[in-house]
Design a protein around this ligand. Structure first.
Ligand code: DX5
Ligand code: ZN
Length: 214
């Protein structure tokens, strides 16, 4: 299992300590949640923070843009050194063009689906994708309850990926803990994002390890 801890639940007054922990840990990527107060009912952090994090984080950056018109920021994110750019299907009118532009800028292209968006929306672009991010909560906040229907979506997406010959990974975000993580592993998820489960424990490195072992 690959693990991408979400910085949203970190201590923003001591970010460098939390990034040091991520660097030491078995995490495969660091998940960065950008919110604009329009696409989602919350505002988190933006490019100056990502730039500062990129300067000290040795793990690949997995950037999740919960913003309208994410295609405006492809070059900015590439220049900051992001490895993965996640755009929401619901935020992109010309999704095929945006996926191609993300890849041309040298990043991995990932498309995110809200809980209410069916996986069939990606049928015609799945072959082009490096990753699909399934939201298992409505995006905007950490610490929400896992939506159980996501397990069936993972299974459906796994079938779609197999039938299309796509190499896309399946990432899941929201309400992930040891219990829901184990269910997701069984359903066929490749990457788990976890915010509160990692950062609200006294031993975050052990929490990351417990997800990696699923
Ligand atoms: C929510 C974000 C998540 C969030 C997950 O909109 O996309 O990445 O940090 O937090 P937990 O793991 O606490 O549900
Ligand atoms: Zn996220």
């Amino acid at each position: 299992m690959l693990v991408s801890p979400s910085l949203l639940s970190a201590d923003f007054a001591h970010l460098s300590a939390d990034i040091d922990m991520i660097n030491r840990s078995d995490a495969d990527m660091l998940h960065l949640d950008v919110m604009d107060g329009v696409f989602v009912p919350n505002i988190s952090f933006g490019f100056p923070v990502i730039k500062a994090v990129a300067g000290i984080c040795r793990k690949p950056l997995d950037v999740h843009l919960m913003i309208v018109q994410p295609e405006k920021w492809i070059d900015t994110l590439a220049s900051l050194g992001a490895s993965v750019m996640n755009v929401h299907q619901e935020a992109c009118i010309h999704l095929d063009r945006t996926i191609a532009a993300i890849k041309a800028a040298g990043m991995k292209a990932a498309v995110t689906l809200n809980p209410s968006t069916p996986v069939c929306m990606l049928e015609d672009v799945i072959a082009e994708l490096d990753m699909v991010l399934l939201m298992s909560v409505n995006p905007g906040f950490g610490g929400q309850k896992f939506i159980g229907n996501t397990l069936e979506k993972v299974r459906r997406l796994r079938r779609m990926i197999q039938e299309s010959g796509s190499g896309a990974l399946i990432e899941v975000d929201g309400g992930v803990n040891a219990e829901t993580g184990a269910q997701l592993a069984q359903a066929g998820a490749d990457v788990l994002v976890a915010g509160s489960y990692v950062f609200s424990t006294p031993d975050p490195e052990a929490a990351i390890r417990s997800l990696k072992e699923l």
